[in-house]
Write a protein that binds this ligand. Structure first.
Ligand code: ARG
Length: 587
């Protein structure tokens, strides 16, 4: 199904073609001046240049052709030759009826037959998730919903950090604490015990101590390096111990993502691509892409046009250990083999820009990326009031779990102040508070320009007024309650009727949702969806203020307005769903 705007472009394109002009000039867009027109087409100006003619004269001929289409209540020429368009209300009504019958017509179709691998989350085994990982999770989850809505086949992968030095740091730290554990026996004593010697809490306690020890003591760092090399080389005891770290960590992480309503198709990690590395290295050596540099094996990725230095990508360090760049290269090869993607997106902190530049260039110049486009979707930091990355009061890393409970508490307070959910059972009230808290955090994150940093201000995020997640949830809940009352009173809804300015504005916005989704996809910018859903709520609110709905005595009119409510609710929920925000049944 073509969207309303595409249909208008086709009509205008045919009008230009009918005048012997390029059909591409018939681009129709939403008007910059909604007070004057609904849509505009500026093609006559470009056409005038091409044909060396008077733009108003061309516009006049196009106008005559458009008027014949029967779609428009008004086709007017403004200024030097802009064509302003206003649709007949019946045209809007027909489109809305179609939308009611086929809600998926609100979506774009930009992804048809295309495959996306979406790398987001990216937590590290044994290290607590920090707010950077939270942003990756929220933005990545939104992109996964958005691309799916637009028809892409999406494979999301959490890409656990499970193969670097931190693994060796942990192993060597535990070896010092409990040298007698069977995993440290240099001889292969497999099978090793099924029960993990450490819990998630242990890991989170041990890791920072190990990291600190390695920082201050070169011998400890050396031991950690050695353990990393041996782990990667396949020492059975280390591998067995490492599998425990992995399982314990992944279980904890999955619970945390679950509580945010975020799910991944794949729970792979850096280590999954490790077995591919030897062949990749051999291949790159043979094809002359890899060279030795001070004992390390590197791939040059600098380009003459680089404004600042882009160092070579290190495939293998001199001690034989592979690193973050090597596993990222191997992971690309694996993804290309398994999914043959058109696009791989990496939703990772902007500060890793150089790393991805190196990896992408290496993968592309060596042909390892196949036909997949590779893109780093960077983002800024979430800061505290001091302008530095957000920390706990005690100065530690803010854990996701604590963040969610803080948001839930704040949401509880806001609900109480607003007199919402007051007489509901305690369990329902808690559920609502959690949904509101999460909506507050997600919306605040997504509504900012992705690459900007922003300040964590829970009080502001949880407000029920203004451009917030809770406001939008409330707006949707209010429509739900109108529709519930209508059902209770035995009123049914009918095809929407468009007669007033408020209804027109609401209808027009709903009918341009495919373009909004497509543009958010193209720019990978969730904030466009936030803007759109906020405007939708405002348009609905104006409609609601100016019209009787349940109290309308004309049955047909009441039904038509209820129909508009239903459509608005469906679109609002769809958009909030893309943002990862759920709407409670009531508040
Ligand atoms: N684990 C990494 C980190 O915490 C993020 C991983 C991002 N994905 C990737 N393919 N490199 O910084």
């Amino acid at each position: 199904m073509t969207s309303l705007l595409s249909e208008l472009c086709a009509i205008a394109g045919a009008a230009f073609a009918g005048e012997g002009l390029p059909a591409e000039l018939g681009q129709v867009q939403l008007s910059d001046r909604p007070d004057l027109a609904q849509f505009q087409c500026n093609g006559a100006l470009a056409a005038a240049k091409l044909a060396r003619a008077n733009p108003r004269a061309i516009a006049e001929r196009i106008r005559a052709r458009l008027a014949e289409s029967g779609m428009f209540a008004e086709v007017a020429i403004a200024g030097p030759g802009f064509i302003n368009l206003r649709l007949k209300d019946e045209a809007l009504e027909a489109r809305l009826q179609d939308l009611a019958a086929q809600p998926e017509h609100a979506l774009a179709e930009s992804g048809a037959r295309k495959t996306l691998v979406l790398d987001f989350g990216g937590p590290n085994v044994a290290k607590p998730m920090h707010v950077g990982h939270l942003r990756s999770a929220i933005i990545g989850d939104c992109l996964q919903h958005l691309f799916r809505a637009n028809g892409w086949k999406v494979i999301s992968d959490v890409h656990l950090g499970d193969w670097g030095l931190q693994m060796g740091q942990l192993i060597s730290e535990i070896a010092i604490r409990n040298p007698d554990l069977p995993w440290f026996d240099p001889a292969d004593r497999s099978p090793y015990p099924d029960k993990s010697p450490v819990t998630m809490d242990d890991l989170e306690r041990i890791y920072p101590e190990a990291a600190a020890a390695c920082k201050s003591d070169p011998a400890r760092l050396e031991a950690a390096r050695q353990a990393t090399v041996e782990l990667q080389a396949g020492r059975p005891g280390y591998r067995a111990l490492w599998r425990h770290f992995l399982r314990v960590s992944a279980e904890g992480l999955e619970r945390e993502y679950d509580s945010l309503g975020i799910h991944f198709d794949e729970w792979k990690g850096e280590s999954d691509a490790d077995p591919l590395i030897p062949d990749i290295i051999e291949d790159l050596k043979q094809r002359g892409f890899a060279r030795m540099d001070e004992g390390a094996l590197v791939v040059d990725v600098a380009e003459p046009s680089d404004a600042s230095e882009v160092p070579p990508l290190i495939l293998m360090k001199s001690d034989g250990a592979v690193n973050y760049a090597s596993t990222d290269i191997a992971t690309i090869v694996q993804r290309v083999r398994e999914h043959d993607p058109d696009l791989i997106l990496y939703v990772v902190d902007q500060r890793q820009h150089l790393h991805f530049l190196q990896v992408f260039r290496a993968a592309q110049k060596t042909g390892l990326a196949g036909h997949a486009a590779l893109e780093h979707i960077g983002f800024g930091t979430l800061n505290g009031n001091d302008g530095k990355p957000f920390k706990t009061r005690a100065g530690g890393v803010m854990k996701l779990y604590d963040l969610i409970s803080m948001a839930t508490d704040e949401a509880k307070q806001r609900l109480a102040e607003a007199g919402l959910a007051a007489d509901y059972p305690e369990s329902e009230r808690s559920q609502i508070a959690q949904a509101v808290g999460i909506a507050a955090i997600k919306f605040a994150d997504l509504s900012n320009n992705r690459v900007s940093s922003y300040v964590f201000d829970l009080e502001c995020f949880t407000k029920f007024e203004g451009k917030t997640g809770p406001y939008l949830q409330y707006a949707a809940v209010r429509i739900k309650s109108i529709l519930r009352k209508a059902r209770e009173e035995g009123h049914s809804s009918g095809p929407p009727v468009i007669r007033s300015e408020e209804e027109r504005a609401l209808a027009l916005q709903m009918l341009t949702m495919p373009e909004a989704l497509e543009s958010a996809e193209g720019k990978r910018t969730p904030n466009l969806i936030c803007d759109f859903v906020f405007r939708l709520a405002q348009n609905f609110s104006r409609f609601y203020t100016e019209h009787h709905i349940l109290s309308e005595s004309d049955e047909a009119l009441r039904g038509a307005r209820l129909g508009l409510c239903e459509l608005t609710l469906a679109e609002t929920e769809r958009l909030l769903g893309i943002l990862g925000i759920t709407v409670p049944e009531r508040m």
